[in-house]
Design a binder for this molecule. Sequence first.
Ligand code: NAD
Length: 292
Amino acid sequence: MKIAFIGLGHMGSGMAANLVKAGHAVRAFDLSEAAMAQAVSDGCIGAPSLEKACEAVEAIITMLPGGQHVLSVYSQVVEHAPKGALLIDGSTIDVDSARQVATQAQVAGYPMIDAPVSGGVTGAKAGTLTFMCGGPDAAYERAEPILKQMGKTVIHAGAAGAGQAAKLCNNMLLAITMIGTCEAFALAEKLDLKDQVFFDIASKASGQNWALTSYCPVPGPVPTSPANNDYQPGFAAALMLKDLGLAMQAAAQTNADTPLGSRAHALYEALCNQGHAAQDFSYMMERIRRGA
Ligand code: NAD
């Protein structure tokens, strides 16, 4: 299949490379020369413009930083995409913008889904991402086989914007459980419990959660967690802050009460402002230990 891939940064580069490996002709476009050079060395066909990237393709995938980038790129995509081309936006953006581009695509006659991902750069490279999709059934059915070549789990969450809604709610929950896990370790340490002992108990008791057992914020109990690698990401605190910002925006618009989400947002904002935006989001452990 001929596929255009727009936005070949940390995530898009690995995803596009996996489509090439699956046998697709991938036409790549990015504003960054370095990203373009990487895409070409991974086997993509470099396109000099978005318009050229879209020429004669059957699907167009975008993987962009935020809502304003997606809105701007989509204003061109709906002008240049071949008739009937399938549009897939994998970026994490606010639900309103996702619905806005979906309407734009529908009015212009293109099937479209939002398909934000979970799994990070490692998952993008390994082809093990989870895709949370929103959009009409027919568009989802066309997108699913393509997404399965970049991920291991693909879920249809509902109508346009539902993928973004699922992503925001999941990451708000992750932030809250991570902070809770950090607080529990910090208090356990003050009560003279060893980290490993507390882990052995909580991971078998009712405190068990993913942040504890798969992504433990203290070094030792889970050897693969970023805490064992000087908190190199992983999932950077800045990206968690971005997702919490989108969740808070959605909560304000829908009048949802999210007291812990709001506190998590404030804590991640403080962590990033203290110069730790590029560290893994589990670095919250150090902030909670310090108490400020
Ligand atoms: P990134 O900044 O590394 O990549 C984005 C790319 O888009 C850049 O190469 C940039 O040059 C390009 N770009 C921006 N505007 C463009 C335009 N108008 N035309 C063409 N290219 C343009 O970001 P990333 O880490 O790859 O993340 C992409 C999306 O995936 C974001 O929405 C992010 O929130 C989401 N996400 C990231 C991670 C992660 O761990 N990095 C995990 C899950 C989801």
